[in-house]
Design a protein around this ligand. Structure first.
Ligand SMILES: [Zn+2]
Length: 265
């Protein structure tokens, strides 16, 4: 009987925590509240920013802010037009350029985006940078971190903790909180995304940069540059990705649809 109740409770939680990714409409399970994700990730983020050195490249930093804000504004407008503003109600966008030779960029929940100096060496225009920032903004808007954490919580605790959370048991709530926080510490700021999330961020990023008025054709040329650069390490921006060839061919496949649906709209 207890087991049956557990199953019913789990099913109820799944139903109540099922949501859809904006733009793609993919169904996802988000078990952790936005508030819990943000409070743990903002601590990680501010710890990171305390140790990171700001870039001395003033023009580069201005470029990151300019392009980032334009993409964020277009994203907000799209969500507003589609009655989805609540999706990012707790966001506070930040676009930083950090001093590091690594070719990398990453995003944390709530719209905290960091680009490394090293990546700007491959960027020759705002349109190029929009490829990177569109991708990172997409990770944030699609709540890939929350989804990832939810999967971990399910894998570790299953219905046991979910039942407790639904019943409002503070011990279970605490356990959930510490799991989320522990995950943040475990992965640091470089939470690795799955291949599915990377492909989704590529597709959504292409749309977001286009809506912001940037040229999505640059996604192809920029990725060709990245591929030719051939990184020895695997930064977030390239991690778990399909091979460069697959990624570029997927982007090419999406281009006509994106141009037709989202350019000058
Ligand atoms: Zn990514």
């Amino acid at each position: 009987m207890k087991q049956i109740i557990g199953l019913v409770v789990t099913a109820l939680i799944f139903l109540s925590s099922c949501s859809s990714v904006p733009i793609t409409g993919r169904k996802q399970i988000l078990l952790v509240s936005d508030q819990d994700v943000l409070s743990s990730s903002l601590t990680e983020y501010s710890n990171y920013m305390k140790t990171a050195k700001a870039s001395t490249n003033k023009n580069g930093a201005a470029m990151v802010t300019r392009v980032g804000k334009k993409i964020a504004a277009a994203t907000e407008q799209y969500l507003k037009n589609n009655g989805l503003s609540s999706e990012i109600a707790n966001f506070a966008w930040e676009f930083n350029l950090v001093n590091s030779a690594e070719v990398n960029a990453f995003c944390m929940p709530g719209g905290k985006i960091v680009v490394y100096d090293g990546l700007l060496k491959l960027v020759s225009s705002d349109d190029d940078l929009a490829v990177v920032l569109g991708h990172e903004v997409a990770h944030a808007v699609a709540k890939h971190s929350n989804e990832r954490m939810s999967q971990q919580v399910m894998a570790q605790y299953g219905s046991q903790i979910l039942g407790g959370v639904l019943a409002g048991q503070s011990a279970a709530l605490q356990q959930l909180g510490s799991t989320v926080y522990g995950l943040g510490a475990q992965y640091g700021v470089m939470l690795p995304f799955s291949r599915k999330h990377e492909s989704e961020a590529d597709y959504m990023g292409l749309i977001l940069m286009t809506m912001a008025g940037y040229n999505p054709n640059n996604a192809i040329t920029f990725w060709q540059k990245m591929s030719a650069n051939g990184q020895a390490s695997v930064p977030e921006f390239m991690s778990s990705h399909p091979s460069d060839a697959t990624r570029i061919s997927n982007l090419k496949k999406h281009l006509p649809e994106v141009l037709q649906k989202y350019k000058n709209k």
